[in-house]
Write a protein that binds this ligand. Structure first.
Ligand code: HEC
Ligand code: HEC
Ligand code: HEC
Ligand code: HEC
Ligand code: HEC
Length: 359
């Protein structure tokens, strides 16, 4: 009995301490006092938000200034092209302006941290959060800022390649499913004192993550016979799970759908040594990509598919039809490759789907 009462008393004390440490800033005067910590680098957040820090550290946001793909000679040339610095090492977004037209300004300190905590969270003398928290422990003094939960936070950097515009035109937008729902899924966090709360993943998974790529793209294969007795393989891919074009981003990414017909003796059509040098594999293939302005494939796309940009819009389906002679081939291999750059070889890139169909 006595033990129980002690426990109860301890519980009440703990609750009071917690209430003090995490009390809602809006009801106290400390909310406007500003952060009690250094707000110059993401390292200042690490001790108290180690889970978030580790997720962010694993993300491409944390890599954006060190990323070898961005530093390549033909890209930013080690950021000698200074116009590449702002989004890849940005000053705090919220302090300037958010939304599509907003200009991102470069940061002059700790650039190696890329899109750092402060880029999204620093607002002058405190941090912006989803809710206001005050008290001794929440020394960062988060103050609720609704811009943080909206696409307008991502837009200054991510609409250069139309991602936000595409999302606004998608059914996900109409259904109230935003960038955060897909790229910052809710997770349960354990706070330093052992309590748990709902948090948001800071891994920002995208084109580097197989699961994200696979879950959003459906592959359908139909094996038909035409009136004249020929075979017709109809292969279609549907962007069912991305709230914007697939592959997202303007120009670096490419998605290749490759169909390879195989003869009874196992030889592919055309045989490997009969292929043109630029055709690594496949009997037929189709590329989904938004080419650079100067690339000849813009015109080829326009002539062949009626548009320069062949990325698959959200909810859209694209088909590749491959006719075949039933007596000459027995099998088809269907592959979908996701490429971080359009110059990647099939077998060096990410195999999103693979299916073998007996004909
Ligand atoms: C001395 C510890 C401490 C430091 C350092 C610290 N924070 Fe916090 N922070 C907390 C605590 C405690 C909370 C309240 C519990 C929670 O939501 O994680 C909090 C809350 C937050 C929230 C709001 C959470 C919500 O639900 O909206 C954000 C955003 C945040 N911190 C960002 C930062 C950033 C960015 C930094 C680095 C500049 C930082 N914090 C540094 C302790 C700290
Ligand atoms: C200050 C600019 C900036 C802001 C704000 C920003 N991002 Fe990014 N984001 C980048 C840059 C730069 C990269 C590319 C980093 C690289 O790969 O080098 C990137 C990459 C990504 C990726 C791709 C990860 C991968 O695997 O390639 C996703 C997803 C993403 N951001 C989502 C978001 C979302 C959602 C928001 C809004 C909550 C957001 N970003 C806000 C600049 C920003
Ligand atoms: C307006 C903001 C902005 C500017 C300015 C900018 N980038 Fe980016 N960059 C991004 C975002 C956002 C991403 C993430 C994916 C995307 O393209 O949507 C990205 C991704 C990249 C990637 C792909 C990285 C990867 O992981 O594959 C490369 C390469 C790149 N940028 C190069 C450059 C170069 C070169 C410049 C300067 C000529 C530049 N960027 C200027 C916002 C920007
Ligand atoms: C690209 C922008 C971006 C970057 C970079 C970023 N955050 Fe966040 N953060 C957000 C957004 C957006 C939310 C939540 C919005 C919501 O819940 O509506 C958030 C939520 C949080 C929260 C509360 C939710 C949770 O999971 O506990 C904390 C704490 C936090 N961030 C800390 C940090 C820290 C620390 C860093 C750096 C290690 C960081 N953030 C980097 C955009 C960012
Ligand atoms: C319904 C889910 C969903 C929504 C909503 C969504 N995305 Fe995506 N996003 C994905 C999937 C799946 C991918 C990977 C396939 C692709 O590239 O399209 C992706 C890819 C990306 C990439 C490219 C990553 C890379 O490595 O090239 C960026 C950048 C991105 N999203 C940003 C955003 C932004 C900004 C918003 C809000 C305007 C948003 N996304 C809304 C699901 C979503």
């Amino acid at each position: 009995m006595k033990a129980l009462r002690v426990l109860l008393a301890l519980g009440i004390i703990a609750a009071c301490v917690a209430a003090f440490l995490y009390s809602d800033g809006s009801s106290t005067s400390t909310a406007s006092a500003g952060a009690l910590i250094d707000l110059t680098t993401s390292e200042s957040c690490r001790d108290c938000h180690s889970e978030v820090y580790d997720e962010w550290k694993s993300s491409y946001h944390a890599q954006s200034f060190l990323d070898p793909l961005v530093r390549a000679k033909e890209q930013s040339n080690n950021f000698r092209k200074v116009q590449c610095i702002p989004c890849h090492a940005p000053a705090p977004i919220l302090e300037r302006a958010t939304g599509k037209g907003a200009r991102v300004v470069e940061r002059f300190t700790f650039r190696e941290q890329g899109v750092d905590c402060l880029a999204c969270h620093k607002f002058h003398d405190h941090v912006a959060g989803t809710q206001s928290v005050s008290g001794a422990l929440a020394a960062c003094r988060p103050i609720a800022d609704e811009r943080l939960s909206r696409a307008e936070l991502c837009a200054p950097c991510h609409n250069q390649h139309d991602t936000v515009n595409e999302w606004e035109a998608s059914s996900f937008h109409d259904a109230g499913v935003g960038c955060l729902d897909c790229h910052m899924p809710t997770i349960t966090r354990t706070l330093p004192d052992g309590r748990t709360k709902q948090g948001r993943s800071h891994k920002f998974l995208g084109g580097h993550d197989l699961g994200t790529l696979q879950g959003a793209l459906d592959l359908k294969v139909e094996n038909l016979t035409t009136d004249s007795g020929e075979g017709l393989l109809k292969v279609s891919v549907t962007n069912s799970g991305a709230g914007h074009n697939y592959p997202a981003d303007a120009r670096h990414r490419a998605l290749d759908l490759v169909v390879t017909l195989i003869q009874p003796d196992g030889v592919e059509v055309p045989a490997r040594d009969e292929r043109p040098p630029d055709r690594q594999r496949g009997t037929a293939r189709r590329r989904f990509r938004n080419p650079y302005r100067q690339e000849a494939s813009r015109l080829t796309n326009l002539e062949t598919w009626g548009r320069e940009n062949t990325q698959i819009p959200s909810g859209g389906t694209e088909t590749l039809e491959v006719p075949y002679q039933p007596e000459q081939v027995v099998r088809a291999r269907i592959e979908v490759f996701y490429k971080l750059t359009p110059y990647m070889e099939d077998l060096d890139s990410t195999l999103v789907h693979e299916r073998v169909v007996e004909l």
